[in-house]
Design a protein around this ligand. Structure first.
Ligand code: GRF
Length: 221
């Protein structure tokens, strides 16, 4: 069997997406292994999830560094020493410096709780409800220097109901997140994604003729 691609997951909080990745990575045919969970917050609940799964953790507080550059350099050292080849940001609440992003270009994924490019930034569900959109969702994308931007790997939609609260909507979107993040990591780790002109082209394993420009992924029920 081909060796699994060692992947770091960076978190700051609950880590429910981390959990989805950990659960998926248990499957023998999953092409990535979660080799490290790194948090900038010592009390992030996701650290407990990682420990339960027997995954090494590291806490590195941004408060201990004078600049973003210094913090990112320290993270870089940890990541390089751990031998990871891919990074998944999963609720990691720090802006990354362009230098760091550049080092991991095409090898760092993020999940965002909206259909990008709509609703970048925070409070996405409040803003979606306020805007009166009928559908929202989530996006997994490669990270670029601009916040919540970068080539889109996968998206899933969920309906917004008239009586939704931000919390109810968050729950519904999270369910979709937990489905597409493992699917996206599977594609990335199996080398079936490439970036062309700012877009992601995915190769469908089931399609012998090769690359598909607009792969269709299972709808979220
Ligand atoms: C998710 O909604 C994710 O899309 C966003 O931050 C949240 C993290 O949630 N980037 P969790 O820590 O994975 O539960």
């Amino acid at each position: 069997m081909t060796p699994k691609v060692a992947t770091a997951v960076l978190i700051s909080g609950s880590g429910s997406n981390l959990q989805a990745l950990l659960d998926a990575a248990v499957a023998p045919d999953f092409p990535a292994s979660i080799a490290l969970v790194l948090s900038n917050k010592a009390d992030a609940y996701g650290l407990q999830r990682a420990e339960r799964a027997g995954i090494p953790t590291q806490v590195i507080s941004h408060r201990d560094f004078p600049t973003r550059e210094a913090f990112d350099a320290a993270m870089q050292e940890i990541l390089v020493n751990s031998g990871v080849e891919l990074i998944c940001l999963a609720g990691f609440m720090r802006l990354l410096t362009p230098g760091f992003v550049e080092k991991w270009a095409g090898r760092m994924l993020n999940i965002h709780p909206s259909l990008l490019p709509a609703f970048k930034g925070l409070h996405t569900h409040e803003r979606a409800i306020e805007a009166g959109v009928k559908f929202t969702g989530c996006t997994v994308h490669f990270v670029s220097a601009e916040m919540d931007a970068g080539p889109i790997i996968m998206q899933a939609t969920v309906p917004v109901f008239p009586d939704d609260t931000p919390d109810r909507l968050r729950e519904r979107v999270l369910e979709a997140e937990h489905r597409i993040y493992p699917q996206s990591l599977r594609l990335a780790a199996s080398g079936r994604l490439r970036i062309e002109g700012g877009r992601v082209i995915a190769q469908d394993a089931g399609t012998p003729q090769g690359w598909l420009a607009n792969p269709v992924y299972p709808a979220i029920s």
